[in-house]
Every structure is written in C-alpha cells, then in structure tokens.
Write a protein that binds this ligand. Structure first.
Ligand code: PLP
Length: 357
C-alpha cells in the first residue's frame, strides 16, 4: 500500500445521485423534496444536497435544524424543510436562515409564533398529521386544535401554512392494508385544514417507496430519500430473520487469512461477523469470526492476495461486489441503517461532477 492510499473510503457517485433524482422527478411530474437528512444518508450532507439540486430537486428536507443550518452555512439556498424539533428549539435562527418548519402540536406552534413576532419574520410552516405511523405527527384528536391555531396565526400574519403532510408506515409493502387507511385519514385531515382556510398549503405524503410504487400518494409533492442514493426502497423488508449470533469461525483446512482494517468503530456492523459478504481476492467471502472495533478477518482460501489489495464491502453490485441489500438481508436490518452508519475512519471520495462547486 502506498502512503497516499486511503485506509478506508466511501466512494460516492454524485452524477448517479443527480440522475436518480432526475428520473424520479420526471416520473412524478410534480415538485420533489429530496431528503438529505442523516448526513445525506451517509453520503455527505452538502455534496448530496448539491447533487440532488443539480438533478432537479425542487426542495430539500432534513430532520433537525442543525442540518438545515449547515446547508445554509454552505451556501445552499434552495427551499428547505426541517421537521424534528424539541421544546426550546431556536426557531429564530431557523427563520433568519429561511428554513421552513414543521409542527405537530400547539405548544410548538406557540414557540414558532413567538419567534416570528420577535424577529419580524413570518414562518413558512408545514403541519404534520399522524395518519397511522404513530411517530411524529399530531394525532387525529389533536389535529383540529393545531389547524385552528395555525389558521389564526396565519390570519395574524405570523406565519403561512405552506404544507400539510404525513409519513407512511408501510409504503415498502405496496399492498399493505394500512396504506389505504393512512391515505383516507390524510385526506380527511387535509379537508379539515382546507375548511379552516389553509387553502394554499401543498399536500405531501410519499417517501421513496410510495414515490416508486404508489402514485395515489403523490399529491402536490413527493419526498423521497433512500431512492435518491440508488437503493431500492421496495427491497427494504427482510424476508426472514438471521440465524445464529456470535459464532466463532474455524477454518476447515489450511488457508489464507486477510486482515481488513475497518471495524465497528467505523460503522461496520458487529453483527456482520460470520454473516456479511465482502468482495476480496476476486470472490465474495463471508466475514470470518467477529467484527472487532478496528478490523475484521477474511478467509480467502487459496486466492492470492497482497497487503493493500482492495476489499469492497458493498456497492452497486456490477463488479461482483455485494450490495447493501445483501448486507441488510444477512444482518436482518435495512440498507438505510447500513449506509447511514458508515463513518469513523472512512474517507469519502466523490466521483462525477453533479452539483460540484
Ligand atoms: C426519512 C424520511 C423521508 C424519506 O424516506 P425514504 O424512505 O428514505 O424515502 C420522508 N419523510 C420523512 C418524514 C422522513 O423522516
């Protein structure tokens, strides 16, 4: 290995991210909010954001305000929504940076209104209704109160409600009965908001799986994340749980062992020991034994390998390497978890030029 060779790297193809965005945008024929939360699903927040915008994304979505402010600090000016806020969030900073906000409760709405009054900047607000995911939205019982309070604040000039939205629980199983139920709750919630005078707000519900498979959920805007990074949103449900846990590996005969210098401190799941596939020495091999903090071992049999040879954990699968979906199946998880957790001592190398400055 030469001294300049990176020890471990994540190769991110910016042109692929842009092309994926363009394909989805073209398919839906309406505005697309590209989700770049969790450090762009592990691909780098700012480069991912620039690439999706180069691919035609109309807006960006992130979970927390820190992510939104980091995008603004990097000079990204696109419309931008941040949706996960605790009590005491610095909404004034959000308004100063022209970040759209989501609220799901009257207490949060009051904090946003106070910030709007203090700064003289009306908020651009998305109201989040729970339609069955039971995670972050206002419950159907609380929804009328949230809508009424938002309509009052809008009439007072403190905010404009620009979005009515929800999130799906089972879009990756397109025939699941909860889908029709969520759509129907969503439509009732929208109708109530429209009657309260929130007539300008865009409706948005579809994540990646719904953007791919459920046109009835596209409404006025779609909100994909994982699909922009080339991962199949419909492949995310493991068919069965993994088998045994914590085996120790014993080679069956004399063999060559190769040491790979990344471990769970770098985001390689410890559960990959004896289960996850890796391309090395011209073939896929299962990680031999436990994944350690900084390294793991491969049994490469009688393949000829040398120190510094390339090992690929996952990729598109075109050159014999495993895919993130194969890892997810082996580990009884979803590829979302895998791509977002890789970090540590991996460096990122970007290829392609979409959105590059
Ligand atoms: C993460 C997230 C998305 C994107 O989901 P994907 O399955 O990655 O497409 C959309 N909306 C909300 C509220 C999210 O939290």
């Amino acid at each position: 290995m030469t001294n300049s060779a990176p020890r471990a790297e994540v190769v991110v193809d910016l042109d692929a991210i842009a092309a994926n965005t363009a394909v989805l945008r073209e398919r839906v024929g309406r505005p697309l909010m590209a989700v770049v939360k969790a450090d762009g699903y592990g691909h780098g927040l700012v480069p991912a954001a620039r690439a999706v915008l180069a691919g035609g994304a109309d807006a960006l979505g992130v979970a927390v305000l820190e992510e939104a402010l980091a995008l603004r600090a990097a000079g990204v000016t696109a419309p931008l929504l941040a949706w996960l806020h605790g009590p005491g969030t610095d909404y004034a900073a959000a308004l100063a940076a022209d970040v759209e906000l989501s609220v799901n409760a009257e207490w949060a709405l009051e904090e946003v209104v106070a910030a709007a009054r203090a700064t003289g900047r009306p908020a651009r607000l998305h109201l989040f209704v729970d339609t069955g995911l039971s995670r972050e939205g206002a419950t159907p019982a609380d929804w009328p109160g949230v809508v009424a309070a938002a309509a009052r604040a809008q009439a007072d000039g403190d905010l404009a409600v620009v979005g009515l939205w929800s999130h799906m629980a089972y879009a990756d199983a397109p025939t699941h009965p909860t889908i029709a139920a969520q759509v129907s709750v969503f439509e009732e919630a929208v109708a109530l908001a429209r009657r309260a005078g929130l007539t300008e707000a865009r409706r948005h519900l579809a994540n990646s799986a719904a953007t791919v498979a459920l046109p009835d959920t596209w409404y006025d805007m779609v909100r994909p994340g994982i699909a922009l990074y080339g991962l199949d949103p419909l492949g995310g449900v493991p068919a069965e749980v993994g088998v045994s846990y914590g085996h120790t590996y014993f080679p069956e005969s004399e063999t060559t062992l190769a040491l790979v210098p990344v471990g769970y401190a770098d985001g390689v799941p410890r559960a990959g020991g004896n289960r996850a596939p890796v391309l090395a020495g011209g073939a896929q091999r299962t990680i031999a034994g436990r994944v350690c903090m900084d390294q793991f071992v491969l049994d490469v049999g009688d393949a000829v390998v040398r120190p510094g040879d390339e090992v690929v954990l996952w990729g598109p699968g075109d050159d014999g390497e495993p895919t993130a979906q194969q890892w997810a199946d082996a580990l009884d998880t979803i590829h979302y978890e895998l791509v977002t957790r890789v970090g540590g001592r991996f460096t990122r190398r970007y290829v392609g030029s979409a959105g590059a400055v």
